[in-house]
Design a protein around this ligand. Structure first.
Ligand SMILES: [Zn+2]
Ligand SMILES: [Zn+2]
Length: 483
C-alpha cells in the first residue's frame, strides 16, 4: 500500500490494559522517575497520523533505567539498542518514555530535549521508515517529541486510551470550548467539553438497516461531527416498518407490489433508494452541520474497510459473519473501540416464537473479542462465502429477499444502549473502574434476573484477533481479513 506522507496531527492510541500496566510502572506511588519504551505501528490518514501502541517494554529500575550522566535518569545503551532493533524488525516507531510529577500538565525539560537532540537522529536512521521519539507522562497528561523519517520533527497532539472510559491525554488542558445553545440541554450532562469531543468525532456505522438507521439518527442529533455509513442494500417494502426516515417511495412500493408484472417489480427493486442515502437524509435533517460519507458498499471489501481506519468508534449493525470478522479485526488491529448491536427473534417448529432478544456487545481493543467469545464461527463464515455468490446471482431476479423476523422496538433497545455506552465512554463520564458487560434483553422472560443477562466477555490469552500475539495494534503491518 502506498503510504500517505506522515502528517499531523500526531496521536498515540493505547489499549486500556497496556495503559494500566504503564501507569502502575510509572506511578507506583514513590514519586520517583521511571522509564519504558513503546513500539507503535504508524498509520497515516487524512485525519493525521496515529501511533498504535503495540509493544510495551518496561525498563527495570537500576538495571535498564539508571542514574544519568547528564540528566537525572536514563535508559541504558543496551536497553535502547535492543528495543530499537525490535521496533525496526517489527516495523514500529520507537518511543522512549519517562514520567514527571504533576497531573494534567506535562512537558520536556531542557535536559530532556538536549538528550533527544543527541540521541534521536541516530535512532531514526537505524529505524529507517518509522519515527523515533520520546514521550513524557504525568498522571493525566502526555507530551511527545517525534523525529520523523523525512528529517522533520513533530509534537504529539494527544494520547487516547481506548478502553472504558475512552480517555484523552494532552500536554496541557485544552482551552474551554464555547457553548452552543443548540446543545444546551445535553451540555448540562456532558459539559461543553463533552459536546466539543462529540463534534470532533468520526464514527462509522456498518449496516443502515433497522438498528443502524436508529444509531445514525441518534448520533446525528447528538452532534457527532462526521459519520461514515456503509451498507450495500436498497430499501425494500418490508423494511419500511423499521427503517428510520424511509418513505414508501424509497422502496418504489407501487412498482414492487405483487400485483405488478414481474419486469416492473425487478425494475422497482433495482432503482429503489440505497439505504445509505436514506440514512444520509436522516442525519442531515437531524443536524445541518454533520459530515456524512454514505458508502453503498460492503464492509468486507478491502478498500471500504481500509477507509475506516481513521474512525474513532465503530457501530456494527450488520448481521453477516463476514462483517463481524472484518469489524472485529478493525477494532483490535487499529485500536478503534466499537460495539455490535442487534436483535433476534428465534422461531421454533411450526413458526412458534421461542425467544426474542436485543443484544449489545461493546468491544474495546484487546478486551472481549467476537472471535474468542465464539460469536464468529468458521463453519458459518465458510457457509456464507459459498452462499454469497448464489445470493448475488439471485438478487433482482427474486422478489424481496427472505428476511429474519424483526421489529423496530427490539432494534431501538439495542441501539439506545449502544449509543448510551459510547456517549458516556467518549465524554469521560464513566468511572475508571467501569467494567463493560455484554447485555441481552429478553422481553418475554418473566423473571427479573434473566430478563437482562449480563456477561463478562472472555479475553482469549493467545487469540489471533485480539491479543498482542495476534492483530492487536498491528495497523497496516498485517492485512485485514477482507476480500
Ligand atoms: Zn524529564
Ligand atoms: Zn479474541
Amino acid at each position: 500500500m502506498a503510504p500517505h506522507a506522515m502528517t499531523g496531527p500526531w496521536t498515540l492510541r493505547m489499549p486500556a490494559a497496556m495503559a494500566a500496566t504503564l501507569r502502575e510502572h510509572l506511578f507506583p506511588g514513590d514519586g520517583d522517575e521511571h522509564g519504558a519504551v513503546i513500539g507503535a505501528s504508524v498509520v497515516t490518514t487524512a485525519r493525521g497520523t496515529r501511533l498504535l501502541a503495540r509493544r510495551l517494554y518496561l525498563a527495570e529500575d537500576g538495571v535498564d533505567y539508571v542514574a544519568g550522566q547528564r540528566g537525572y535518569r536514563m535508559l541504558t545503551a543496551t536497553f535502547v539498542r535492543d528495543r530499537v532493533r525490535d521496533c525496526r524488525t517489527q516495523g514500529l516507531a520507537y518511543l522512549a518514555i519517562h514520567c514527571h510529577g504533576g497531573t494534567t500538565r506535562v512537558g520536556f525539560s531542557g535536559t530532556d530535549l538536549a538528550s533527544h537532540e543527541r540521541g534521536y537522529p541516530a535512532l531514526r536512521d537505524i529505524l529507517g521508515s518509522t519515527p523515533a521519539g520520546g514521550l513524557v507522562f504525568a498522571t493525566d497528561a502526555v507530551a511527545g517529541d517525534l523525529w520523523l523519517p523525512d528529517g522533520g520533527r513533530a509534537e504529539l497532539e494527544r494520547g487516547v486510551i481506548t478502553g472504558w472510559p475512552i480517555k484523552n491525554l494532552h500536554p496541557e488542558p485544552p482551552p474551554s470550548p464555547t457553548s452552543d445553545p443548540t446543545y444546551d440541554r445535553q451540555s448540562r450532562v456532558f459539559g461543553d467539553r463533552g459536546q466539543a469531543i462529540l463534534a470532533a468525532q468520526k464514527v462509522a456505522v456498518i449496516g443502515a438497516g433497522g438498528a443502524g438507521s436508529l444509531v445514525i439518527e441518534y448520533l446525528a442529533r447528538l452532534g457527532i461531527g462526521e459519520v461514515v455509513i456503509v451498507d450495500p442494500d436498497r430499501v425494500e417494502r418490508s423494511n419500511l416498518p423499521r427503517l428510520a426516515g424511509a418513505r414508501a417511495r424509497d422502496a418504489h412500493s407501487w412498482m414492487t407490489d405483487l400485483a405488478r408484472p414481474r419486469w416492473l417489480r425487478v425494475l422497482g427493486h433495482r432503482y429503489a433508494t440505497p439505504k445509505v442515502k436514506v440514512a444520509r437524509r436522516v442525519a442531515c435533517q437531524a443536524n445541518g452541520r454533520i459530515r456524512v460519507r454514505a458508502l453503498q458498499a460492503d464492509v468486507t471489501q478491502n478498500a471500504i474497510a481500509t477507509s475506516l481506519v481513521d474512525c474513532d468508534y465503530i457501530f456494527l449493525a450488520a448481521d453477516s459473519m463476514q462483517a463481524r470478522l472484518v469489524v472485529n479485526a478493525l477494532i483490535h488491529q487499529y485500536l478503534i473501540p466499537g460495539v455490535q448491536v442487534g436483535a433476534k427473534v428465534q422461531v421454533g417448529p411450526g413458526g412458534v416464537v421461542t425467544d426474542v432478544f436485543s443484544v449489545v456487545r461493546p468491544v474495546a481493543p484487546g478486551f472481549g473479542c467476537l472471535w474468542c467469545n465464539e460469536l464468529l464461527s468458521p463453519a458459518k463464515l465458510q457457509e456464507e462465502a459459498l452462499t454469497a455468490e448464489q445470493l448475488r446471482q439471485q438478487r433482482y431476479v427474486q422478489d424481496e429477499a427472505v428476511h429474519a423476523p424483526s421489529v423496530i422496538s427490539l432494534n431501538a433497545v439495542a441501539a439506545a444502549h449502544a449509543v448510551d455506552d459510547y456517549l458516556h465512554a467518549v465524554t469521560g463520564l464513566l468511572p475508571t473502574t467501569y467494567e463493560p458487560r455484554w447485555r441481552r434483553f429478553h422481553p418475554l422472560v418473566s423473571t427479573a434476573p434473566q430478563r437482562v443477562r449480563c456477561d463478562v466477555p472472555r479475553v482469549g490469552a493467545d487469540c489471533t484477533e485480539c491479543s498482542d500475539t495476534g492483530r492487536l495494534g498491528q495497523g497496516h503491518n498485517t492485512p485485514l481479513p477482507t476480500k
